[in-house]
Design a binder for this molecule. Structure first.
Ligand code: SAM
Length: 266
């Protein structure tokens, strides 16, 4: 029986439904490393760091909104599942471009979701957003019209956890619904020129050399992303997604739209 815990004291919209007992500053064990990386200090620096580390960060989110509108039709009463929403960029961008859409937005990192809550409050978007601290697996299996998973997959440690998260999203989508997937792919040593160009971004944006080195080593020395686009497509297929189109590419960062297979039981 799922445990239900209210976070009203923190101003979160809705409740947290947890198969696991999630304490306020606790994170579910099997995804602990990926969520714990986004601790208070990294969360506070995230909005600047993401724009350096993920070249074309804002374009990715805007194109996600374009692709979703192309798949779903613009306007209308749509509800989207935004998984791993972090500090709220996914909601902020899509909500501004599609004013009639509503969102279920979830993330297992308390400091990240707390920043998202303040930001969405300032933007007046909390009445369109059910913001939940926790994993996708903790959400009820209500069918959504579409979903995003941006910047999350390459933080998970292995193919099994990546496929598991995609399958958890698929189970919360209507048959045929679109998913926008954004994330790093290809090992960072596989493209030396792109790796060097990526490294230059910190310097060109005025970050001090020691800090730039530390940031770059932290990112490239962490979890190894999916090794190829073929591996990304395999993960999507395993989770029940097909009809995949890549819509974005910058350095190691890629964006795809895929559709939940309508005829496949999940
Ligand atoms: C790089 S941030 C991306 C945030 C946001 N989507 C964006 O584009 O700015 C990665 C986020 O994934 C979250 N995360 C880690 N493990 C996760 C999991 N198993 N399921 C969903 N999100 C997860 C982290 O807490 C973090 O907020």
């Amino acid at each position: 029986m799922p445990q239900v815990k209210s976070f009203a004291a923190h101003g979160f919209v809705g409740v947290i439904c947890a198969k696991h007992s999630i304490e306020e500053n606790d994170i579910v064990a099997e995804h602990a490393d990926a969520a714990k990386k986004f601790d208070p200090s990294r969360a506070a620096a995230y909005d600047r760091q993401a724009r350096l580390a993920l070249a074309g960060y804002e374009a990715m989110h805007e194109l996600a909104a374009c692709c979703l509108a192309a798949a779903l039709g613009s306007g209308g009463a749509r509800r989207l599942l935004l998984a791993g929403v972090g500090t709220g960029q996914d909601v902020a961008t899509i909500a501004a471009l599609e004013p009639s859409w509503r969102f279920t937005a979830t993330d297992p990192s308390p400091p990240m979701i707390e920043i998202a809550r303040s930001r969405l409050d300032e933007l007046g978007l909390l009445d369109r957003t059910e913001l939940r601290l926790g994993l996708v697996a903790d959400l009820p299996e209500t069918p959504h019209d579409g979903a995003t998973l941006i910047g999350v997959l390459h933080h998970l440690p292995d193919a099994a956890s990546r496929a598991g998260l995609l399958a958890d999203i698929a189970r919360r989508l209507a048959p045929g619904a679109p998913l926008v997937l954004g994330g790093n792919y290809r090992t960072y040593d596989s493209e030396p020129l792109l790796r060097a160009a990526w490294r230059e971004r910190w310097r060109q944006h005025g970050v001090a050399p020691e800090e730039a080195q530390a940031q770059f080593e932290r990112i490239t020395g962490g979890v190894v992303p999916p090794a190829s686009e073929a591996e990304v497509l395999d993960l999507l297929a395993e989770a029940g997604f097909g009809r995949v189109t890549r819509f974005f590419q910058s350095l190691f960062w890629g964006g795809w739209i895929a559709f939940r297979n309508a005829d496949q039981a999940l």
